[in-house]
Write a protein that binds this ligand. Structure first.
Ligand code: UT7
Length: 332
């Protein structure tokens, strides 16, 4: 049987650093509050002339280099984003053109902070069926332009960035030992909770008007406490489900690669799963919540730090607006 392997990773964070101290000058907050409640110390902000697709391309190039392939070798590009360059066309179309991936078809997946996990799952299906041999999965998000910089509930949380994964097929007969690659992905949605995390204005329901702009309804609105509670429950459940599908116990997990929204969410999830915190790659102290970018950035950093060894069991997990969430199991 053929399955999908991750053969390249890359990430990009804009150079401009916005510290908690910088935010103390913008809104009624403190460095201590942000650190204690979220674990975030600083985040990155895209340059004024930088777009989501620019960041995506910056993450894609090192991923392609690691995979040893050229952009023309790509059959498919899937970008997980809810902050595309513009509503139409897709961010993926711009990425395809900027990379010169002339053979690839390209589209976006909108699942907010679960975007890269959803994109990974979609691309995995194309690779396993043979419809794509080389796929590029990107999570890229530029939330700094969709935040209300006078709302301390949200503006301290998010950062800009992008991460990329290159996928290729691997046959079980290529390898001795247990099957490697993406063993499975488990995606979930519950739209009944959509209202707890939205950008309410600027779409078909509430088109952009002067009032929408004045009320800042074109920015992120969130009931943080509800998202927090939902996130812990959902991530624990989907991770149990994903591991059980392979007869695995949490104790057999070597690495957790998780969407980085809040350190307390991750600590609560890891405690309930009884997975030691050291097994989870953490970087939200330096990037904040980069939404769909955070999972591929984390995988790239863990890999380049030499943490991932052949045969290791990795569980991935993400949660975002929708609500969307899910888990994946990968044998490296
Ligand atoms: O990727 C998914 C996207 N989002 C998330 O994952 C967010 C999930 N939720 C969270 O991370 C947390 O709920 C937050 C970090 C957003 C908030 O932490 P919390 O411990 O749930 O605080 P809270 O919302 O219950 O607010 C506690 C207090 C409130 O004041 P009062 O009403 O008790 O007087 C807030 O107004 O903290 C206040 N507060 C702040 N204070 C200083 C909220 N934001 C800030 C701030 N600085 N930045």
């Amino acid at each position: 049987m053929e399955r999908t392997q991750i053969v390249g990773t890359g990430s990009y964070a804009p150079s401009r650093v916005l510290t908690n101290q910088d935010l103390e000058r913008l809104v009624d907050t403190t460095d201590a509050w942000i650190r204690e409640r979220t674990g975030i110390e600083e985040r990155r902000q895209a340059a004024p002339d930088e777009s989501t697709s620019d960041m995506a391309v910056q993450a894609a190039r090192p991923a392609l280099a690691m995979a040893g392939i050229q952009p023309e070798d790509l059959d498919l590009i899937v970008v997980g984003t809810v902050t595309p360059d513009m509503p139409m066309p897709s961010c993926a179309a711009f990425v395809q053109a900027k990379l010169g991936a002339r053979r690839a078809f390209a589209f976006d997946v909108a699942a907010a902070c679960s975007g890269s996990l959803y994109a990974l799952s979609v691309a995995d299906q194309f690779v396993r069926t043979g419809q794509a041999r080389r796929a590029l999965v990107i999570g890229a998000e530029l939330f700094s332009r969709s935040l209300d910089w006078s709302d301390r509930n949200t503006c301290v949380l998010f950062g800009d960035g992008a991460g990329a994964l290159v996928l290729a097929p691997v046959s079980d007969t290529d390898d001795s030992g247990p099957p490697r690659g993406i063993l499975s992905t488990h995606l979930r949605t519950d739209g009944a909770h959509a209202e707890i995390l939205t950008i309410p204005g600027g779409g078909s329901r509430m088109p952009m008007t002067e009032e929408v702009l004045h009320e800042r309804l074109n920015t992120v609105h969130m009931n943080g406490r509800e998202v927090f509670k939902f996130a812990v429950r959902a991530l624990v459940d989907s991770t149990h489900e994903a591991l059980a599908a392979h007869g695995l116990e949490p104790g057999q997990v070597d690495h957790v690669i998780a969407h980085q929204a809040n350190l307390r969410i991750l600590e609560a999830v890891l405690a309930r799963l009884e997975i030691p915190r050291e097994k989870c790659w953490l970087n939200l102290h330096k990037y904040g919540n980069t939404s769909s970018a955070s999972l591929p950035i984390s995988l790239d950093e863990a890999l380049r730090a030499g943490r991932l060894k052949r045969g290791d069991i990795i569980v991935m997990m993400a949660i975002g607006a929708g609500m969307t969430w899910g888990s994946a199991v990968v044998r490296w």
